[in-house]
Design a protein around this ligand. Structure first.
Ligand SMILES: Cc1cc2nc3c(=O)[nH]c(=O)nc-3n(C[C@H](O)[C@H](O)[C@H](O)COP(=O)(O)OP(=O)(O)OC[C@H]3O[C@@H](n4cnc5c(N)ncnc54)[C@H](O)[C@@H]3O)c2cc1C
Length: 462
């Protein structure tokens, strides 16, 4: 019997995890795997780009987990620089364009994985394509930015403007600071890090001020001004113009689902593909999708969301590969955990913000506490702020946000587990968390917040 053919569209985290896992479970005699990647790289960590640009990571190659040759050695027919331009579901075939030769051809499939990722948001504003304006979505983007930093166009001027104050914006602000630039971050919203409540975002803003990074809130970009040489000279905003020698864009992404939409596959309210728990596209027996091109179920809010994170993409790929390869896997959903940092300031969140809770009709109480990451008397103890949301009356944990120094970010994982388990804040107060002075105060900051949240639930419910 001829081998079945699996076609994978997109050769990064989700796509190649799926291909690799399917190959582990089924040999080439049973399953032929053809993967298409339109770019120059495969299986790389976009998450590492800010640290490569900053110089913390020395070589681009350090970010590449597996080269095309390594995939091919594992009997995956990976076709680089080849874009899938058409998807014929009824005919079970994809149309591919070899970007090097310009040749187009059709390839049939028995099973299909769509792992096309996300595309960066690029508002159609004047000057957006000017030299000196850079995205950081791909290794090519990172390389172009580094090349331009190594060859400054205008003498010794070193002003970087980062557009967007989400996690990529603040990580790139750190990178540019480390590269010796004077850094301004332009933020359209009320405070940086809109994935936090504004009161916690304000702490990030203050810390960035302290690090020498200027953050301007309420500064929606209206255009990019260029100098006589055609290069960027300033970023124009509703709040004024900000001189720039280099501009880094970090204004978010949207699911890359053009092919899926044209083929009539089901998309959710955020434009991402909709799947069942096995990551099979809803209603399609032999079509799977995962990574940044899908919507995920938010287990706390009970709705789908679009969350573009590598941690989900890798898990999706693993689940898809298991199912395609004849095994079994599911992806039940997420609680919305994310961590990042700007210099030594760590930022973490999981679950719902206040506005998320309101949007789904949940009543809640909040507790905010100040503590330290180590026992107060232990050398190097630094402040940490924890905000906790609990459901009114029931006391069910709804969300946690943490801003602080060393040890702040990964503390959120305790809260992620508690959220997944559906714990109340009262149950959390009894958690047996590790303690020794170098690692935490005797009452861990998360437990202190839980105790305060219990008191708030009782007071509100009285
Ligand atoms: C600067 C930066 C920092 C990040 N930091 C973190 C972090 O700290 N933690 C975290 O969890 N996540 C982080 N992420 C997000 C993470 O990188 C993504 O969630 C992850 O790469 C998604 O994997 P994916 O396979 O779904 O999509 P992608 O990595 O986007 O891969 C999709 C691939 O499909 C290809 N493709 C698309 N359409 C076609 C087509 N028609 N034909 C052929 N090929 C196609 C694209 O070229 C691309 O290579 C970061 C992202 C960036 C940009």
């Amino acid at each position: 019997m001829a081998a079945e053919r699996l076609v994978v569209i997109g050769g990064n985290a989700a796509g190649m995890s799926a291909a690799s896992q399917a190959r582990r479970l089924k040999g080439p005699d049973a399953l032929e795997i053809v993967a298409f990647e339109r770019g120059h790289f495969t299986s790389y960590s976009a998450c590492g780009i800010p640290y490569w640009v900053s110089g913390d990571v020395e070589r681009r190659g350090d970010l590449i987990a597996r080269t095309p040759e390594e995939h091919r050695e594992r009997a995956i027919d990976l076709r680089m620089r080849t874009e899938v331009t058409g998807l014929d579901l009824a005919g079970r075939r994809v149309e591919a364009l070899d970007r090097e030769s310009g040749e187009s051809y059709w390839t049939g499939f028995d099973k299909l994985v769509i792992a096309t990722g996300a595309r960066p948001v690029r508002p159609a504003l004047p000057g957006m394509d000017a030299p000196g304006v850079h995205g950081v979505q791909t290794l090519d983007d990172g390389q172009a930015l580094l090349d331009s930093l190594d060859a400054p166009a205008r003498g010794s001027a070193r002003r970087a403007v980062v557009v967007g104050a989400g996690y990529i914006g603040v990580e790139m602000a750190e990178a540019m600071l480390k590269r010796g630039f004077e850094v301004t971050v332009l933020n359209r919203g009320e405070q940086p890090m809109a994935t936090l409540d504004p009161d916690m975002g304000r702490l990030v803003h203050e810390a960035m001020d302290g690090l020498g990074i200027t953050t301007v809130n309420g500064a929606g970009v209206t255009g990019i001004a260029t100098g006589p040489d055609g290069r960027v000279s300033a970023v124009e905003t509703e709040a004024g113009a900000y001189p720039a020698d280099v501009v880094v864009l970090g204004i978010g992404v949207e699911p890359e689902t053009t092919l899926a939409r044209e083929a009539g596959l089901p998309l959710g309210p955020h434009g991402g593909l909709l799947t069942d728990l096995s990551m099979r596209v809803a209603g399609y027996e032999d079509v799977w999708a995962g990574g940044d091109c899908v919507e995920v179920l938010d287990l706390v809010a009970g709705r789908t969301r679009h969350i573009a994170l590598g941690t989900h993409a890798n898990k999706h790929g693993q689940v898809i590969g298991s199912n395609v390869g004849g095994g079994y896997g599911t992806f039940p959903g997420v609680v919305g955990t994310a961590v990042s940092k700007v210099c030594d300031l760590e930022i973490a969140r999981t679950g719902l913000r206040e506005k998320d809770a309101r949007a789904v009709g949940l009543r809640y109480v909040t507790a905010v506490i100040e503590s330290t990451g180590r026992a107060g008397y232990y050398p190097g103890a630094k402040p940490m702020t924890v905000k906790m949301l609990a459901e009114y009356r029931t006391g069910r944990l709804l969300g946690v946000q943490i801003v602080g120094r060393e040890g702040a970010a990964k503390r959120v994982d305790v809260a992620a587990v508690a959220l997944t388990a559906g714990m109340t804040v009262e149950q959390m107060t009894a958690l047996d968390l590790g303690y020794a002075p170098p690692f935490s105060p005797v009452w861990d900051p998360v437990l202190v917040a839980a105790r305060k949240a219990v008191a708030a639930v009782r007071a509100e419910g009285a």
